[in-house]
Design a protein around this ligand. Structure first.
Ligand SMILES: Cc1ncc(COP(=O)(O)O)c(C=O)c1O
Length: 386
């Protein structure tokens, strides 16, 4: 079966957040993490069937939807869970915010590894907690972003209550190894920290030599203090359907989490449940084709950046996700985002991820190759004379 990753319906003048940002301007949006690809046919067909039913009342997940999640985790990731561990959510960022409330008290501290997806820092703040960023360090020789274990130990105080992990990591695209994850688990156990593991990008591993290891699969002990967050949204391009899950094995922790959602977290959209089941059950051929497209885009991006964009550097391999973390410091631009927008390309601001001003931008390559290529050409024209 072939799928079209080369063309897509017009997204300008639609509800797309990604494209609306630059309405009326000739700026290619390669910022927010949604892809310019039509979702798997199986997802669209399932949604049509649900729409044709015609009644859209309050929903609860049905057995087959729950089964689809349980089976996907077992078959794809080797993680056998009990269905009772699942808490459905209207979004994964909701899960980060609820975790902050459920696992700590006012003024408590929550660790994360930076640069990181901004809600890792805003969720604790929203809850009146204190995010404590521990910078990843770039091992230039090993070409890898590494955890600074000494810094992590030093960051712990009596007020530290949780560790927010992003695996695979957005934006540096690392897939953490078993050794690293075991060390994180040991660290969290020793300091009695809840381990919140955002695994939203786990089905977007681009390096065939790597495997996603669910944090919850590391052992019984760490399972008791782990909250894993997953969703079909990134992989199958359905973030607008608002459906995510928390997997919380410990009943007391799960009860605290559910209590923290009471009255403030909306029901999951009925279409979200439908898309989730269809994606997990029937989306695999499409996902494999998507991975091939993303690998080709990534390779094109890496080659273009190294050959045609002096002063721009992707410092480590892109192991997963469709996001590239690009060092633009050598360009000496006070406002790289504004500069590239002025030349027709919309990127994400590195500062929001914890980088210093002028240092990094993030590029979303989940788009047709022609779009990516045009954006790269525009970036080349945007380079200051050097
Ligand atoms: C690591 C990570 N977590 C969560 C999200 C967003 O999840 P949701 O749209 O379900 O809130 C993203 C989106 O880019 C992400 O990269």
């Amino acid at each position: 079966m072939t799928f079209d990753f080369e063309t897509h319906p017009e997204r300008r003048r639609t509800d797309s957040q990604k494209w609306q940002k630059y309405a009326g301007k000739d700026i290619l949006p390669l910022w927010v993490a949604d892809m310019d690809f039509v979702s798997p046919p199986a997802v669209i067909e399932a949604l049509h069937r649900r729409i044709d039913h015609g009644i859209f009342g309050y929903a609860r997940p049905v057995a087959s939807q729950i089964e689809a999640v349980v089976e996907m985790l077992a078959t794809r990731h080797g993680w056998v869970i009990d269905p009772s561990w699942l808490v459905w959510l209207p979004g994964l960022v909701v899960g980060l915010n609820v975790t902050a409330l459920a696992c700590s008290g006012p003024g408590d501290e929550i660790l994360c590894l930076t640069p990181v997806y901004p809600p890792f820092m805003t969720a604790p703040r929203n809850a009146g907690r204190v995010p404590v960023p521990v910078p990843l360090v770039l091992d230039r020789a090993g070409r890898r972003w590494e955890i600074d274990w000494d810094a992590l130990e030093k960051a712990v105080t009596p007020r530290t209550k949780a560790f927010f992990l992003c695996n695979p990591h957005n934006p540096v695209s690392r897939v953490f190894t078993r050794q690293e994850l075991e060390r994180i688990a040991e660290f969290c156990l020793r300091h009695r920290l809840a381990l919140c593991s955002d695994e939203i990008h786990c089905d977007l591993i681009l390096d065939p030599a790597l495997r996603h290891i669910p944090t919850g699969s590391l052992g019984k002990e760490i399972l008791e203090q782990t909250l894993t967050l997953i969703a079909p949204s990134k992989t199958y391009n359905v973030p607008g359907l608002g459906c995510a899950l928390a997997v919380i094995p410990n009943p007391a922790l799960r009860a605290r989490f559910v209590q923290a959602t009471a009255g403030i977290v909306a029901e999951v959209n009925i279409l979200g449940y439908v898309a989730c089941e269809a994606a997990f059950r029937h989306g695999e051929p499409w996902r494999q084709a998507l991975l091939a497209r993303l690998r080709a885009n990534r390779d094109h991006l890496l080659a273009y950046v190294s050959q045609e964009l002096p002063g721009v550097e992707i410092e480590a391999p892109i192991e997963a996700t469709y996001l590239a973390w690009m060092n633009v410091k050598a360009l000496g631009l006070p406002d790289p985002i504004g500069h590239f927008e002025a030349h027709g390309v919309g990127l994400s601001e590195g500062r929001f991820f914890g980088a210093r001003a002028g240092e990094y931008v993030r590029l979303n390559f989940g788009c047709p190759l022609s779009t990516l290529d045009e954006a790269l050409r525009r970036m080349k024209h945007a380079l200051p004379p050097g």
